[in-house]
Design a protein around this ligand. Structure first.
Ligand code: ZN
Ligand code: ZN
Length: 346
């Protein structure tokens, strides 16, 4: 049993509905001791946490066990960041230990390799993966260049956008509309987590939606400025514009900018991933596959590129390459395990 020598800590939280609204008036007590997350009278073993995502103070926990259907639990807490860090460090080390045991049973202990994420400290399993200049963390979604001297400025803030799925700099934007009906008036707002390129469309809509109602126009203008002015400077300058061009089908325009970025940044699996997506959108699957392979050359454990590359191989009917990639990513092992499990007489 792995030991997670974390300080147990307590926090206050409130349950959140699937629509993202806090429920109940009273805060509840929660705690985490490195093994179990306790939320009021609900206990969640940390190894059963398949995913834990935070957006500001909202925590979404996906719980997967053998006994029950996967379920997601939503809470809001001011300790969201601390909880995520602690849970990710704990569950990643438990998984790494389990993986080590599995390799030992297969007499393949020698291939075991891991690395701590420089951003969140989670244990990243790298067995069977070639050593590459970049490391991807599936826990905090960071994609970083391991040699600090070669790491470009602003790299750690780049992730996949919730809305468009492209490698960009997603952050929280507020979308607000003032609505006016004959008898009812008021305003509604919602928060989205997306990249500035995605926000531009929302901000323009918000501006036109609000143009008659002076009240919210300053907010719309502020979000517009953030979505334009907030675009990246430095080595990744132009990334939002290139992503927008790619999504609008202007492949040549997008590639021109992506090329400039890849000239400036020595290793950038994420930008190459975007190039692959742009090619895939134009049904240039073979070239897309080539680009996803280049992405994996920069970062061998970059899961988004590997998943899409598997899709490309499937589309292209390249089963040999597909099997090879699945082997590295342990996709086949899982299936074998499942069938082994089902064959066991009860
Ligand atoms: Zn991390
Ligand atoms: Zn986006």
């Amino acid at each position: 049993m792995p030991i997670t020598d974390q300080e147990p800590f307590a926090f206050r939280f409130r349950w959140v509905s699937d629509e993202g609204q806090e429920t109940g008036f009273l805060g509840k007590r929660g705690s985490f001791d490195g093994q179990t997350i306790v939320l009021d009278d609900t206990s969640i073993p940390v190894a059963a946490v398949a995913e834990l995502a935070i957006r500001k103070n909202i925590v979404t926990i996906l719980v997967v066990t053998d006994e029950a259907e996967p379920s997601s639990i939503l809470v809001s807490t001011s300790s969201a960041k601390r909880l995520k860090l602690a849970v990710d460090v704990a569950r990643s080390s438990i998984w790494a230990e389990a993986h080590k045991d599995q390799l030992q049973k297969q007499r393949r202990s020698h291939v075991y390799r891991d690395q701590a994420c420089p951003c969140c400290g989670a244990t990243i399993i790298l067995s069977d993966m070639p050593r590459t200049p970049q490391l991807y963390c599936q826990f905090c979604q960071s994609l970083v260049t391991l040699n600090q001297a070669e790491a470009p400025a602003g790299e750690a803030a780049l992730k996949l956008c919730d809305e468009c799925g492209m490698f960009s700099s997603p952050r929280q934007f507020t979308i607000a509309y003032f609505y006016f009906l004959v008898v009812v008036y008021g305003w509604s707002d919602r928060k989205v987590w997306c990249c500035p390129a995605c926000m531009r469309g929302h901000a323009w809509k918000m501006l036109f939606g609000n143009v008659l109602f002076v009240l919210l126009v300053p907010l719309a203008v502020a979000q517009l400025l953030r979505s334009y002015g907030g675009s990246m400077a430095g080595p990744f300058a132009g990334l939002d514009t290139a992503n927008l061009k790619a999504r609008k089908g202007d492949l040549r325009g997008a590639l021109r900018i992506y090329q400039k970025i890849t000239d400036r940044v020595p290793y950038c699996a994420g930008v190459k991933y975007n190039v692959g997506l742009a090619l895939l959108q134009q049904d240039r699957t073979e070239q897309a596959a080539e680009t996803f392979r280049l992405s994996l050359d920069d970062c061998s454990n970059y899961a988004p590129a590997a998943e899409t590359l598997m899709y490309c191989y499937e589309q292209l009917g390249q089963s040999e390459q597909l099997d090879e990639l699945k082997l590295i990513w342990g996709v086949e092992d899982e299936q074998e395990e499942e069938s082994e499990g089902s064959e066991t007489p009860s």
